[in-house]
Design a protein. Structure first.
Length: 303
């Protein structure tokens, strides 16, 4: 194990695989997250100096362009983790194979941060711990997506005395998530700006009850998912930002499918028991796919 402050000099190479995530699940705003089996893969090689980043697939070129310098989110998180763990790689070469679509409500930024933190821990030869979640969640300002990508499965996240916390629970194996991803993007900053400073007390009470029910439904009683995914806290306020997604949620729910906006949107999450959407539901403009629950979270292996 490197000494505190040690420079990583020996050739070191790792591969990190991190899952996408869907936050909120309807009423669990900033509190519930579900890991999904679509993955970003980042290969890291310690070099003698400098920084080289290759971005492939969903994050490469065109409208999906991402930075290839120190502002890259994986690099920023990696540097922060290395600072926390007091290790100093002299140079880095990263190859980023991205398949999580950016700005669609599937936790792409949280996945990037978790990747960087996990690689920092790998360089320090340290197991992931509570500080790893803290480091990742500090980038996001909340822990739901980051915790899901770290731990896999279903997570319940909260903050306490300035610390981000999360507990993993095992989702019911009968649940087969389906996502409907539109072409347009959505900015978390923008959609949060649509939320009111205050909500009616009745809506807050409704959300608290349904969020608690969602944990029970997602783990032991999936027949309760329809009621458990009903939201009054944030989705209606954001509806104007993605009208097609809002309409698809309403249509699916009218067909008896527990559906919600995934995170900040505009992706729609359907918590089905079949892995398919009902015949007759118009999904024009959406890329629809079953994404099984990821149960392992981020995985880092030496190369």
């Amino acid at each position: 194990m490197p000494h505190w402050g040690a420079v990583v000099t020996a050739p070191r190479a790792f591969r990190a695989t991190v899952p996408a995530s869907s936050a909120n699940l309807g009423p669990g705003f900033d509190a519930l997250g579900l890991a999904l089996s679509r993955y970003d893969v980042v290969e890291l090689q310690v070099t003698e100096g400098g920084l080289k980043i290759e971005v492939l697939d969903a994050g490469a070129g065109g409208v999906e362009d991402v930075p290839t310098d120190e502002s890259h989110l994986v690099v920023r998180a990696l540097r922060r983790a290395c600072e926390h763990l007091d290790v100093r790689p002299p140079g880095l070469h990263l190859r980023c194979h991205n398949s999580i679509p950016h700005a669609r409500g599937l936790g792409s930024s949280a996945a990037a941060v978790v990747t960087g933190v996990a690689l920092g821990y790998a360089l320090a030869e340290r197991p992931l711990d509570a500080d790893a979640l803290q480091l990742a969640a500090e980038f996001e300002g909340h822990a739901d997506n980051a915790a899901a990508s770290l731990f896999g499965g279903l997570v319940v996240a909260w903050s306490e005395d300035g610390r981000f916390r999360a507990e993993r629970v095992e989702p019911n194996p009968a649940i087969r998530p389906v996502v409907a991803v539109p072409a347009e993007k959505s900015s978390t900053t923008t959609t949060r700006g649509l939320l009111p400073a205050q909500v009616p007390h009745a809506d807050a009470a409704h959300s608290a009850g349904r969020a608690a029910l969602a944990v029970l439904a997602a783990t032991e009683r999936p027949e309760l998912l329809m009621a458990a995914t009903e939201d009054r806290l944030h989705q209606d306020y954001r509806a104007a930002a993605y009208p097609a997604s809002t309409e698809l949620v309403r249509t699916l729910r009218a067909h008896g499918v527990p559906a919600a906006i995934s995170g900040a949107g505009p992706t729609v999450l359907a918590l089905t028991l079949t892995g398919i959407l009902p015949a007759g539901v118009d999904v024009t403009g959406f890329d629809v796919a079953e994404l099984p629950v990821d149960r392992d979270g981020v995985q880092v292996v030496a190369r």
